[in-house]
Design a protein around this ligand. Structure first.
Ligand code: UD1
Length: 418
């Protein structure tokens, strides 16, 4: 199993390119199941979760071709299998995103229940309730969600909780339903908007994506098209925090400063100097130690839970006391135990971490527990004194494209070891 060996203490400096967003690529690839003609998607990140999604599609009979410029062509004209097996779903919860498209286009889907995961229970009840409201019969049999409907019909759905993949699943299902679907208290994440843009390119009729009310007018069929995946705001934020924690200066190209305003605001509060262009961000920390900041995670446009671990790492070595409150997921503080092993002074009270910054973290062998927790540990290693070994980095590889190469490009002393 690969590990990352990091010799900390180098201020990051240089320029890198940000990849396409994992959390947009996954629903868009699932959404190709709705298309009767070929679809070309560009700026697809090379990630474990993307590979898993492509395998899932191929197992269903979808033809996938890829070129070396990150363009993926998907032809879902023929789909013989309507099943997402446990072996794939257990490695990637986002497999649930094929549920809506399969029922909507083929009238039937078997998707393994994802089960619990390292960051809390993460149920999919809202996906299932929404499909039922659209006329599907849904049962749970032998660990599988079995959904069927001759043709879904439009419905008025008010989400109890803001759910990103739940919104995406039902929005996709509604594109082929009979009549109008209204999704209220919908997720407003930029990745939901990107999925809507993709679906509209195939001929779907969607209004309001990016707001909390999305209205979808069902059509009989969707055709083919082309789409470019939007930049990854979480990857962007992660490299910005890396630069801030090491007192460095970095420029990130091919990103979008307009989709991470809450994160940029907190970095400014921490003392970073930011310059923004149309598709680039430059952060200059001028060799300074960051100031501690208070964070509260909430659905977009507020501060993202997927940046919480990285800010815990920053607060751990910042000047002052910062609180980090997690309101989206239960049990998403596993990185805290590992940060404590690097000397961090962190106290957990319910869903809040109270972090008193120390001048310098110290290196230690640490273990990644989930995707974003592991990013937090890599950042801590970059800022710590000594050599940090991050184990179980398959979690990192699920969501960060060539992380060690990009960090090396910024001057970090990091390498992958078997
Ligand atoms: C997505 C992102 C993930 C991010 C999360 C929150 C993808 C592939 N993943 O995950 O990176 O951390 O949004 O921004 O886009 N909930 C229910 N019932 C449901 C569905 C969700 O109670 O049926 C709850 C969850 O337990 C959680 C909250 O809603 O407490 C938000 O979860 P959700 O937005 O659904 O997360 P994901 O879509 O799985």
């Amino acid at each position: 199993m690969d590990k990352l060996l990091i010799e900390g203490g180098v201020p990051l400096a240089g320029t890198i390119t940000i990849s396409g967003a994992k959390n947009a690529a996954l629903p868009i690839l699932a959404g190709t199941l709705l298309a009767t003609r070929p679809v070309t998607i560009s700026n697809v990140p090379h990630l474990k979760d993307v590979a898993t999604t492509l395998t899932l599609l191929q197992k269903m009979g979808v033809i996938v071709t890829m070129d070396d410029r990150l363009n993926v062509e998907v032809n879902a004209a023929e789909v013989r299998e309507r099943r997402a097996p446990y072996e794939l779903v257990k490695t990637m919860r986002a497999s649930i995103l094929v549920l809506g498209p399969l029922v909507a286009r083929f009238g039937e889907a078997y998707v393994s229940l994802p089960g619990g995961c390292a960051i809390g229970a993460r149920p999919v009840n809202l996906h299932v309730d929404g499909l039922r409201a659209m006329g599907a019969a849904v049962d749970v049999e032998n660990g599988f969600i079995h959904a069927r409907a001759k043709r879904l019909h439009g419905a008025h759905i008010v989400f109890d909780t803001v759910t990103v993949t739940g919104t995406e699943n039902l929005m996709m299902a509604a594109t082929l339903a009979d009549g109008k679907t209204v999704l209220e208290n919908a997720a407003r994440e930029p990745e939901v908007t990107d999925l809507a843009r993709f679906l509209m390119g195939l001929g779907a009729r969607i209004q309001g994506a990016g707001t909390s009310t999305i209205v979808i007018e069902g059509v009989d069929a969707l055709g083919g098209g082309e789409h470019r995946v939007l930049p990854d705001r979480i990857e962007t934020g992660t490299y910005l925090v890396a630069a801030a924690m090491t007192g460095g200066k970095v420029k990130l190209n091919k990103t979008d400063p307009n989709i991470l305003e809450a994160v940029l605001g907190k970095l400014r509060e921490a003392g970073a100097n930011l310059q923004l262009g149309d598709d680039w961000i430059e952060l200059d920390m001028q060799g300074k130690r960051p100031r501690a900041v208070n964070i509260r995670t909430l659905p977009y446009p507020a501060f993202p839970t997927d940046m919480q671990a990285q800010f815990c790492a920053m607060n751990a070595m910042a000047d002052g006391v910062g609180t980090v409150t997690e309101t989206v997921f239960e049990n998403r503080f596993q990185h805290v135990l590992e940060l404590q092993r690097m000397g961090a002074d962190i106290r957990i009270e319910h869903n809040m971490a109270i972090i008193t910054g120390i001048p310098r973290l110290t290196a230690a062998p640490v273990m990644a527990t989930d995707l974003r927790a592991s990013a937090g540990l890599v950042l801590a290693g970059l800022a710590a004194e000594g050599e940090t070994l991050v184990d179980r980095i398959y979690h990192v590889d699920r969501g960060y494209e060539r992380i060690e190469e990009k960090l090396q490009q910024l001057g970090a002393r990091i390498r992958r070891v078997p």
